[in-house]
Structures are given as C-alpha cells and as structure tokens.
Write a protein that binds this ligand. Structure first.
Ligand code: GDP
Ligand code: IMO
Ligand code: MG
Length: 421
C-alpha cells in the first residue's frame, strides 16, 4: 500500500490574466521533465503557439507536451472536444498512438454547438461576448443541462446516432428560430469518421492518472485560457464557459486537491485581452499599438488583434491567490524593450475611492499607475544577471507588489530564451 505522502503530485500551469500569456511555451519547456501532460478544460478556443528550433506549431486541443517525444498527452474529462478539430490537429503529428489519450467522459462539440454559438453572438449585438465562435458555450451548456454527448459514446454509434437525432429533433424549434439548418444526411458518415479516427485513443483517463501518480510518474496539468476568463471568478459574462483556475484541474481530470503539487502562474510582463469585457489597463494610444506590434498580439485561433495594455498588479495578485501560485512565469519581457517609461497598475480608483482588490464593477475601475524607467534590450537573455538593471528592478518590484516569487522569465518565443530565477 502506497502512503499518500510518498506519492508524486501533479504540478500545474495556469494562465493568470486574460489568456494568451504564453502557457504553450512554458508547458513545452517543462514537459521535458514530465512523463504526462494533461489538458483539463476549454476546447479549441485555446490557441497555443510553440516555437522549437525556428519551427512554429499551433496547438488548440492537443496538450503542449506533444513536441516532447517522451511525454504522454492526455485530454481530460473537463475539456470539450470538437472531433473534427481534433482529427485535423492530430494530422500535424506523425504517430500519436500511445502518446495521446482522450477521456471517454469529455463532452463533444458538434456542428449545432458551433452554429448556436455564432447565432447567439449575433443576437447579442453590441453586447456580444466576442467568443471564438467554436461552440464552447453551447457545448458546456448542454453538459450542465445534462443533454450533452460524451466522446466515449463513439464506441456505440447506433445508440449515439439515435440519441443525437432525438435531441436534434426535440430542439428543432430553437434551431429554426435562429435560422440554423442542420445537415442530417451526413450525420452518420461524420460519426463513423470520428469513431474510426479517435476510438483507439479513448480511455478512462481518471483511472490512468490515478495509477500514474501511484506509480510515481511525473504529471503536469495544463490550463487553457486565463483566470480573468473563469466562469465563476472572471469578468462575467465576458468570460469563457469553463473553470480555468487551478481548482478546475481537479474537476477536469478526476484528481483530488491533495494530488496537486506546485502551481505556476503564467503572466505577461504587460497585459492583453481578446474579445469584449472590462480591461482597466487597456492602452488606446501609441503605447498599446506598440505593444501589439512588438508582441505580435494577434490571436492564434481567430487572428483577431488583441487589446493591449499595462501590467495589472491588482488583478495578478488576486489571481495568484485564487490559484495558489507558488511561482510566477513572467513572459514576453522583451516586448517592453525600447519603451522609455513602463506603467504598472498598483490600485484602482472606483467612485472616488482607492482600492487594491477587484471590484464587482470592474468596468468602472480606473487604474492608478506607478511608472518605471524602461531599458534597451532583454530579448534573448538567458540569465537574470544579463538583464539591464531597470528590467531587474521592474521584475523585483512586480514580485513585491504581487507577493509571489518569480521562478521563470521568458525573453523570446524560443524554448531556449528562458531564465530560471
Ligand atoms: P498561450 O495561449 O498562453 O499558450 O499563449 P499564445 O501562444 O496564444 O500567445 C503567446 C505568444 O507569445 C506566442 O506567439 C508565443 O510564441 C509568444 N511568446 C511566448 N513567450 C514569449 C516571449 O518571451 N517573448 C516573445 N516575444 N514572444 C513570446
Ligand atoms: P488560450 O488558451 C484568450 C476568450 C474569447 C472571448 C471569451 C469567450 O489561447 O489562452 P469562448 O469562445 O471561449 O466562448 O470565448 O474568451 N478566449 C480566449 N482569449 N486566449 C484564449 O485561450 C481564449 N479562449 C477564449 O476571446 O472573449
Ligand atoms: Mg493563446
């Protein structure tokens, strides 16, 4: 019998801003030290760009450990999977047999979810969330409403087809009212393709992960999106439809809180957001434009320009607490190269009052900034001492304000341009 204290714990990577912090780069880098990498929520709304030896890979559903030939990559039960998107993504890689496992309990995103997502966004008009249009919200809605379809159902196509046709028929009035026309003739053919391509990867991943930890395997949990997009703790309703925070990893994998080890929060040295919703430090002037250009801030999934602004220490501090971060990974420090002055939001002003927490009416919060002197160049630095003094100062001050130690600093998209602090 293994004593609990002897067992390995799963470490965790989580975005602590509005997504696109650079999680993919860090997961790829750390994956070299892990046997198993697990995605626990979200779907192909995620877009993780990884650069290895000059070659760029875009991942949406497959965990970012896939570029490490030794790691097994697991798509956990908390993920919503578009079989079509997954099959397409899998084609980028030669042989995933034995290196990719899919939870039989993960719910599927099917055509009607995507059409519903897009139609509902249209209906919202000016109040649109700015979703990725990938069917995420409707698929999670169906899961919670107990009318979803687990990917494990691909093992019994006759039953899946019958249940799905029944569901689609029951919901026909809704589809009609939204001008959604479903192609039911191709339904069976599509399901057969999904089953053919995916069934050999589908297992009970919860049992697999329990056994892995019992066998002392090293497991890394990979969050998608970011804390401020969390369904409960983010800027609702301008959020995604899953629990993006570290606590979501338990639900999305079947591990328990005691199975979780080190938590690393991934954060940019500035801030970005795609889609609508409050973003107190957004810069609408030349600085915002410069951040977008220097940081190539255009979405990996939708190509949309990202909204850019300054580091929000109030939001990051709260996110660090929410996730239980043991350390922070500061990404894209090089994007701040060449700025004369760099701002950090250290408090908000709301209705004439100064506060140092996230208010429920974040849209009314005005940032109170502290200004730092800029520096010339950090790009490509691989050692903390190599960084200009002003950059070191910036990092040390962020660490102090947020109250969490910095464990990694990233200075380019490349795997090797990374400082371990
Ligand atoms: P994710 O969704 O959190 O995985 O992040 P994305 O991949 O959507 O966005 C991060 C982008 O920044 C990617 O294009 C990365 O290649 C790039 N990136 C990551 N780290 C750095 C860095 O330190 N410097 C620069 N300039 N780019 C980086
Ligand atoms: P990664 O994993 C940044 C945003 C969308 C929109 C909101 C809801 O690459 O960090 P959804 O399609 O999820 O219903 O859209 O969430 N969003 C992301 N923003 N990075 C992401 O993922 C995102 N995934 C969703 O832009 O505002
Ligand atoms: Mg991304």
């Amino acid at each position: 019998m293994i004593q609990k204290s002897d067992r390995k714990r799963a470490d965790l990577i989580v975005g602590i801003q509005w997504g696109d912090e650079g999680k993919g780069k860090i997961v790829d880098l750390l994956a070299q030290n892990y046997d198993i990498v697990v995605r626990y929520q979200g779907g192909h709304n995620a877009g993780h760009t990884i650069v290895v030896e000059g070659k760029t890979y875009a991942l949406h559903l497959i965990p970012s450990g896939v570029l490490n030939p030794k790691a097994v990559n697991v798509i956990g039960n908390g993920v919503v999977i578009s079989p079509e998107a997954l099959i397409k993504e899998m084609k980028q890689f030669e042989n995933l047999e034995g290196r990719l496992l899919i939870s039989d309990s993960a719910h599927m995103i099917l055509d009607h979810h995507i059409l519903l997502d897009q139609a509902k966004e249209k209906l919202r008009g000016k109040k649109a969330i700015g979703t990725t249009g990938r069917g995420i919200g409707p698929a999670y809605s169906d899961k919670i409403a107990r009318s979803g379809f687990k990917i494990g159902m691909l093992r019994d196509l006759d039953k899946l087809e019958a249940d799905l046709r029944e569901y689609l028929q029951q919901n026909e009035p809704i589809f009609k009212s939204l001008d959604i026309n479903l192609d039911l003739d191709s339904l069976r053919g599509k399901l057969e393709e999904y089953a053919r391509e995916l069934n050999s990867y589908i297992i009970n991943t919860t049992n697999y992960l329990w056994k892995a930890l019992d066998d002392n395997k090293r497991v890394l949990l990979e969050g998608a999106q970011g804390t401020m997009l969390d369904i409960d703790h983010g800027t609702y309703p301008y959020v995604t439809s899953s629990s993006t925070i570290s606590a979501g990893a338990c639900i999305g994998t079947g591990l328990n809180p005691k199975d979780i080890g080190e938590v690393t929060g991934i954060v940019k040295a500035y801030a970005t957001r795609v889609g609508n919703g409050p973003f107190p430090t957004e810069d609408f002037g030349d600085d915002g434009e410069k951040l977008r250009e220097q940081g190539h801030e255009f979405g990996t999934t939708t190509g949309r320009p990202r909204r850019c602004g300054w580091f929000d220490a109030v939001a990051v501090k709260s996110a660090s607490r929410l996730n239980g971060c043991d350390g922070l990974s500061i990404m894209k420090l090089d994007v701040l190269d060449g700025f004369e002055k760099i701002k950090v939001c250290v408090a908000y002003e709301v209705n004439g009052e100064e506060i140092d927490y996230i208010p429920s009416n974040l849209e009314d919060a005005k940032p109170i900034y502290r200004e730092f002197d800029g520096w010339e160049k950090t790009e490509g630095a691989r050692d903390f001492d190599q960084l200009p003094e002003n950059a070191q100062n910036y990092l040390r001050e962020i660490e102090k304000i947020v109250g969490t130690k910095i464990s990694i600093v990233s200075t380019s998209p490349d795997r090797d341009d990374t400082i371990r602090v």
